[in-house]
Design a protein around this ligand. Sequence first.
Ligand SMILES: Nc1nc2c(ncn2[C@@H]2O[C@H](COP(=O)(O)OP(=O)(O)OP(=O)(O)O)[C@@H](O)[C@H]2O)c(=O)[nH]1
Ligand SMILES: [Mg+2]
Length: 453
Amino acid sequence: MQTRPPIPRAILVGVQVPGVDDVAHAASLEELGRLVKTLGYEVVGMISQKRDELDGATVLGKGRLEELAAITGGTGAVGSMAIQRKSKARERFEDAGERKPDARQMEPDPEAPPRPAFVIVDHDISPSQARNLERATGAQVLDRTGVIVEIFHRHAHSREAKLQVEMARLKYIAPRLRESSAGGERQQGYGAGESDLELDRRKIRDRLAELKQQLDDIQRDNDQRRSARRDQLRVALVGYTNAGKSSLMRALTGSDVLVANKLFATLDTTVRALQPEAKPRVLVSDTVGFIKKLPHDLVASFRSTLAEALEASLLLFVVDASDPTYESQLEVSRNVLHEIGADVVPSRLILNKIDRVSEADRAALRAKYPDAILLSATSPEDVAALRETIIGFFEAAMVDDQLVLPYAKQGLLSDVYENARVLSEDYDTTGRIIRVRGLPGAIARLRRTLAAS
Ligand SMILES: Nc1nc2c(ncn2[C@@H]2O[C@H](COP(=O)(O)OP(=O)(O)OP(=O)(O)O)[C@@H](O)[C@H]2O)c(=O)[nH]1
Ligand SMILES: [Mg+2]
């Protein structure tokens, strides 16, 4: 009857702890909803509760938990589903949407939409909290990190990103494997019984070691490639996911990187020259986006990707100014940059998507962030002006100097042209006298190359 698998239905759960105001709490749930949609699930409702802390056994209080269980078709009690739990969530995962009605429903309405098979918690919860919630709700439970790891898993394209994500994913799965050993195949096919569990743990350890080795190799290559670019003029686009970094990358470099209205569209760093080319040319990199509560393992695994940002001379810090929560996005991004040590790199704040901001709000933004650049990645004039700003930034750091290229070393001329702007060329008995303008570091390196025998 059905030609396509049904869209899994999910219900969101959020706890508002002291210190988080209503707006931030709502925004966080809204963002979780977007993450869940990015996974391809349909969000059919949410349960939210104010609590003093998050570390209860079931995240939610008794009343709310029962309310949730009534929606998902569980019992609402932690103890009662333990026996029939094995691989039930898996089964539900496979035929989500056409579940048999719960035993408690004596006369199920055949017209009623299927119950949500997923409960998605807007916090990082412990494996035992997840297990308790699964028992009470009869649904599969994922937390924020689980959702993000899953999105990364689906969006990874390059070999490096795939390895990084697999590593983060195994690290996420491993402790859950231990806690839910009775859960059978629930964990992506891992673990079914004690001895298998041991085996799985060892497999995971071995695989992690293998992944680390492969990543180290790739990263060594990347380091070399990066250090070859060391003295070039480099700009990195950084910021919250969906802020418009890839859109600006396309507009500035004419490259065809993926632009998509989904979270974490970009997981790979792309480096392209600014177009039309500047002299010396400027390299622009697009990077993975940030998000609130970015899982630590993912930050760690993307550190090398973000090394691009670390080594740039200028960060274009992109913010979606049309997003009502842009301020918290700004703060989250600042924190991540601080965490990876990139907060020392000079940066310019780019308030993007300004085409979606009212004139009054624009004025307020200008007053609040006098140094920021307000623009729209979709406006060619704005992009051209940004290009001038980038060039201006490097121009200010450049110096004029003179290099002597001995006649025996004419082969190095292209190196000079690539790394500096040649102002004039002259000849005398020592060789070609070249007046150049460039970054002091690049000129110093050229001088060393020319002097070396
Ligand atoms: N209206 C408007 N939409 C924009 C602008 N810039 C980007 N967008 C849209 O915003 C969405 C996200 O853009 P991306 O460029 O993919 O964002 P990103 O920062 O690369 O996102 P990730 O790769 O997921 O971190 C897309 O739907 C873009 O079309 C803009 O200036 N104005
Ligand atoms: Mg992108």
